[in-house]
Design a protein around this ligand. Structure first.
Ligand SMILES: O=C(O)CCC(=O)C(=O)O
Ligand SMILES: [Mn+2]
Length: 378
């Protein structure tokens, strides 16, 4: 949708969000940037990375190619935004997919199911779900807990109601994800990044994530990092005002994004999930592959055939996104009293989000039209 179609002064972001979310007739996707196929042009510029920030071995230990081989881009008009087109070594995404589905939803991390289920019921989401992925009787079975998972929080657990993090709602941040995040951010020119909070979003084919800005973190000089796995998505990156028409781009499995500097506090949203194109799906790590550097990796391990069967079934129809945030700057601490709501939500209507992407009810919303019983507002 050409930005010129949007009249000046109106909520251009909302209009474009609705355009890409439309099912019937399907929208024209020809303006959506696909970094996996793009070369630098008038909009896309090569991003400057720091290949000396990590050695090839350090990169391989978290499943990444040598930094000099990464295809990293910026977008003209969005200083501080970096898109890295799947820098993972072949097969290594499987470890991260397994962590997102099997490990990170475990206690003491927090998930949407905890909002209406007891701790014992949400104790072993993976164990209670795998049967549903192994048996394909063809019968319509009740949804497993894994299929009902919508979000997981890590580290400082984001409070969706007050839109704050707090000192006393914290559990240890996963060391493997911290390691991946600090390596990627260092290569992008941000040494010393501390992964303090994480949000995992689980999307089905009909899910979307409304228009919002991530500003609850207390130090905005630190970047926000995003990893995507499974099915593809359209990501919209806007400006500092809802009137600024957003740029649409595909996010495929393995893609990473970094929002920093002037792009740290921009409106963004995910209006649509799309089937991953051929060649863009995570595959299992082969223990005999050249990345058997793995054997020496203090971070990663081979995913068992049994676990991968469940993971691959899950991501055949779903997308998982992980955002990693540093909440506090060096030497910074939480204010004595909770700060006022921080997450800028655009918008209008309260109640449950049904497709226009707005967020001003004060909550960050998602929609999954045929799954509304589970589609917890976030
Ligand atoms: O799923 C995505 O790509 C975006 C997620 C996001 O914006 C968030 O968690 O704040
Ligand atoms: Mn966000």
């Amino acid at each position: 949708m050409a930005a010129s179609v949007v009249e000046s002064g109106e909520d251009a972001f909302r209009k474009i969000f609705k355009f890409y979310r439309r099912r019937n007739p399907p929208p024209d996707f020809s303006d959506v940037i696909d970094f996996s196929r793009s070369l630098p042009n008038d909009k896309i510029v090569p991003a400057d990375l720091d290949p000396s920030a990590l050695t090839d071995v350090e990169a391989a230990q978290v499943g990444l190619q040598p930094v000099r081989d990464w295809r990293a881009f910026g977008l003209r008009g969005y200083p501080g935004f970096i898109f890295i087109s799947n820098p993972f070594l072949l097969g290594s995404q499987s470890f991260w997919v397994k962590q997102c589905l099997k490990t990170y939803p475990q206690k003491p991390n927090v998930c949407n199911l905890d909002m209406h289920m007891s701790p014992s019921e949400t104790q072993d989401i993976w164990g209670k779900s795998v049967h549903g992925f192994r048996n394909s009787s063809g019968k319509r079975e009740p949804k497993t807990l894994l299929e009902r998972l919508r979000w997981v929080t890590l580290g400082y657990h984001y409070n969706w109601d007050t839109k704050t993090y707090s000192e006393n709602h914290h559990t240890p941040f996963p060391t493997d994800l911290h390691s991946l995040s600090s390596k990627v951010t260092a290569a992008c020119g941000f040494p010393g990044f501390i992964a303090e909070a994480g949000i995992l979003n689980f999307y089905r084919s009909d899910s979307s994530l409304g228009i919002h800005v991530d500003e609850s973190e207390l130090d905005h000089s630190r970047p926000l990092l995003s990893f995507s796995f499974g099915q593809s998505a359209i990501f919209l990156l806007g400006g500092t005002h809802r009137q600024d028409p957003p740029t649409a781009m595909y996010m495929h499995s393995g893609d990473m994004m970094l929002m920093s500097g002037q792009s740290r506090l921009l409106y963004h949203a995910v209006p649509r999930i799309l089937p991953a194109p051929e060649g863009h799906t995570a595959s299992k790590m082969d223990p005999c592959s050249p990345i058997s550097l793995l054997q020496d990796s203090p971070v990663m391990e081979t995913v068992s055939e049994e676990d991968w069967r469940v993971c691959s079934r899950y991501i055949q129809s779903s997308r998982v996104n992980v955002t990693v945030r540093q909440v506090l700057g060096p030497g910074q601490s939480f204010p004595e009293t909770p700060s006022p709501p921080q997450r800028t939500e655009a918008g209008q209507t309260g109640g449950y989000h049904e497709g226009d992407g707005d967020q001003d009810s004060g909550k960050r919303k998602r929609s999954s039209s045929c799954d509304s019983a589970d589609a917890v507002e976030t």
